[in-house]
Each structure stands twice: as C-alpha cells, then as structure tokens.
Write a protein that binds this ligand. Structure first.
Ligand SMILES: Cc1ncc(COP(=O)(O)O)c(C=O)c1O
Length: 424
C-alpha cells in the first residue's frame, strides 16, 4: 500500500521558497542546513512553524550572544525606530555606539560602523594598502573573512584559488596564503617579500574551522614580525569580538592589532559591523583619501542595538557564566558520546566550540581538520535538529548569555536521545 507522508509547514514553505529564492535560501551558508522555517526565537530557544521547540546553538551564526529578542535591545531599537531610521547624516547614537565599542576593546582609538563583517574587512584591507603603499596581504588557510572575490578562497598547491564560479581569479593574485599557527612560515614569507605586503589578516581564534586557539606565543610573534616589516596586523574579530572576552580575542590573548573588524555579537542580532583601530590609520578616511561608504552605515536602529547591547554587556557581563556553561556542556556531551562508544571530537573555546567525529587529540591547524569526519557530523547535526538541538552542520556550537541550567539539562537529554535514535 502506498504510504502518504504528511508534509510539514516547513516543507510547504520550503517548496514555496524554492520557486522564488535560488536554493530557497538567502545565504549560501544555509544551503546544506535542514530546511526548517522558524516562527520565533526567545532567549536560548527557537520555535519552528510546526510548533517544534529547539535549544539554539546557532544563534544566527553567532550574533544572538544575548539570546533571541533580548528585551533591553528590542526596546532600545523600537524607541530609536520611532525617531526615524536613516538620515544620510549624523545622529547622536552612532557616536555613542562607537564610543562604547572603543571603551569595550580598550586598545583602539577610532572606529567606523558598517553594515556587515564582509565590508568592514574590505575597509580594513584598503586602509592597510593606503597606509603602506603596498598591495599584497597574507591570508591564512581555513580562515573566513567574507564572500568577496579577493578573500573567498581555497588552497591548491600552496596557492589561493577561487571557490565560486564567477569569482575573478585575478583578484586573488594579491593574496598570499599561509598555514596559520606557524610563525616560521610567516617569518619566511616576510623575509622574502615583506616590503610588498600591506597586511596580515587573521581570525585570532580560527573559530570558522575547528575553533582552533592560537598556540602560546603565536599571536605575539606575529605582532613582532608585522612591526619588523612594517605590515599592518588586522584581527578579524567578527566572531570573537565581544564573545570570547569583553575586549574580544585581543584582550583574551593580550595582543593588540593595528586594525580589527567586528560584527555578530556586537549588536545583539542586528546587522551591523565595525572597524576599529589606530587613529593614524583610520584618519585616512577623514579627508576622503580612502573611501569607505554605505547608505546604512550607522543607521539609527543599528546604532541603538550596538549601544543597548554594549550597555547590557557592561552592566551584566555574561562571560564567566558562558565560559562555565560551555565547559560543562562540552564535558557532558563528551561523557554521553563516550557512554555510547562514539568517537566524538570536541575542542575550542567554551563560547564557540567545535564538535565533530575523529580520533582523540587536539587539531592545531587547518590541515589537521582532514582527520575529522565532518561529513558524518553534518549528517548527525540533522539528527540533533530532529531531537530539538539547533546546531550548524559545520560543527560550531555558539553559547549565549541566555543559556542556563534548564537548557543544559535539556541539551544533554536531547543529545543522548539523538544518539540513541541514530544507533543501528
Ligand atoms: C571571521 C569572519 N569574518 C567576516 C565574516 C563576514 O561577516 P558577514 O557575514 O557579516 O558579512 C564572517 C562571517 O561569518 C566571519 O566569521
């Protein structure tokens, strides 16, 4: 007898989305994720259109650091919205937003707001080129800095090559790609051609691939080498900023870049980025010698979201609680995996750790990711979603200030259930 399967509301919406939206999604990153349509999120949880509830460890790919729909941020944004949305001119909140960001990171002297991390990275690279009069920059294997032509790449035989059809391969000609966490490789390149290199850009923790921390002394050595060769050091703190410490990775590891880019956790879920750094570099924007523009840069609601989020982080810093939650969660997941005889592999910072399958022992670089079974984990992530844990198929688990003891207990129970249901 033919079985009739019941179509969920998500299935029906997905069919509709596939007609009008290429792939049914508005970002390629979502192409491989389960096609769940969400109705709303509150705190650490999400509810889909079919009434299923999830503990959320995606957090919009990181931004919802305070949890979904934080009441203070929402109220601030709603009030700001009543005053108008975008003026094509200045308003007080954008000044306060940048002042608060500078106050939080401590080391930077000036900053500009942008709309996304991708653009702020481009602004930082342009400033570095303008300041040094050089064109090349160093990019590290496995680090993600946005989807534009000069920075979206994979490595083939030591060279940066495009990953997307339509990418202009020639734009990667100015990019030197190196293994990260390898100070000698950088030293060698700078010794050979340091006078052609404008910038070294990196995720100070490689969260996008494996949540790999810098080796002890690595960031400090990179800082020294950049100083020696007159190269601008850019930390891309779009994920780590305001997440791994109040002052981001720069504060956590005690190494100061020349420029840094921010986004995600900075504004409680609002689409906004920032570039912060040395005044002598950012001042190249002051008289228009270097162009950084954008209709929505510093828009009223985005600025309000930054101010409110930074205020919450100042008044009620969640860092210790998040560190404790992530640590306990990782230990709990590990224990459950072990009890089922699974080769679960887990590492990274508690506020954004990485889960996969593979042999024990830390992965220290991008090449080491090859020994993890990422495809198997991606399939497992779909099982986790079916059991009420919303996680990325890429293995990053983000923790928010809204995750507490109830979420912890629910998460461990759901994780156990998902494994039991997957066992033969
Ligand atoms: C480290 C890093 N830099 C830059 C970006 C790009 O930011 P956006 O997606 O806001 O353009 C991302 C996005 O995930 C990121 O993880």
């Amino acid at each position: 007898m033919a079985q009739t399967s019941v179509r969920t509301k998500s299935d029906i919406l997905n069919s509709r989305a596939l007609v009008s939206i290429p792939g049914g999604v508005n970002s390629n990153v979502r192409l491989s994720a389960p096609r769940v349509f969400f109705e709303h999120g509150r705190g650490s949880r999400l509810w889909d259109v079919d009434g299923n509830e999830y503990v959320d460890y995606v957090l919009g790919q990181g931004p919802c650091f305070l949890g979904h729909a934080h009441p203070i941020v929402n109220r601030a944004v709603a009030q700001a919205c009543d005053t108008g949305m975008v003026f094509g001119a200045q308003h007080e909140l954008e000044v306060e937003a940048v002042e608060r960001l500078l106050g939080a990171v401590g080391w930077a002297e000036q900053g500009r707001l942008g709309a996304t991390g991708t653009e702020c990275v481009q602004a930082a690279l342009r400033l570095a080129r303008a300041a040094t009069g050089r064109t090349r920059f160093v990019h590290f294997e496995g680090h993600y800095h946005g989807w534009l032509d000069n920075i979206l790449m994979r490595v083939d035989d030591g060279h940066a090559v495009p990953v997307s059809l339509g990418q202009v391969a020639g734009q990667l000609a100015e990019t030197s790609v190196l293994p990260w966490n390898d100070a000698e490789a950088l030293e060698q390149l700078l010794a050979e051609s340091g006078d052609t290199i404008a910038a070294v850009i990196m995720e100070p923790v490689m969260i996008n691939n494996g949540s790999i921390e810098p080796l002890p002394g690595y960031l400090a050595r990179v800082r020294e080498l950049c100083d020696e060769y007159g190269v601008i050091l850019i930390f891309d703190e779009v994920i780590t900023g305001f997440r791994v410490a109040r002052g981001g990775a720069a504060a956590r590891y005690g190494v100061t870049p020349d420029l840094a880019t921010y986004g995600k956790a900075m504004a409680g879920g609002w689409p906004v980025g920032a570039i912060l750094g040395r005044a002598d570099l950012l001042s190249l924007l002051s008289d228009g010698r270097v162009n950084h523009s954008g209709t929505f840069n510093g828009a009223v609601m985005a600025a309000a979201a930054v101010v409110a989020t930074q205020q919450v982080l100042d008044e009620n810093p969640p860092y210790e609680a998040i560190e404790a939650y992530g640590t306990t969660l990782m230990a709990g997941l590990h224990k459950i995996g072990e009890a089922h005889g699974l080769d679960l592999h887990m590492q990274g910072l508690p506020a954004g750790f990485h889960v996969s399958f593979g042999p024990p022992g830390p992965v220290l670089d991008f090449a080491g990711m090859n020994r993890l079974d990422l495809a198997r984990y991606s399939r497992f992530a779909t099982r986790l979603a079916e059991h009420g844990l919303w996680v990325t198929g890429r293995g990053i688990w983000y923790v928010s200030a809204a995750h507490g003891p109830t979420e912890l207990a629910d998460s461990l129970e759901r994780f156990d259930n998902a494994i039991r249901a997957s066992l033969p």
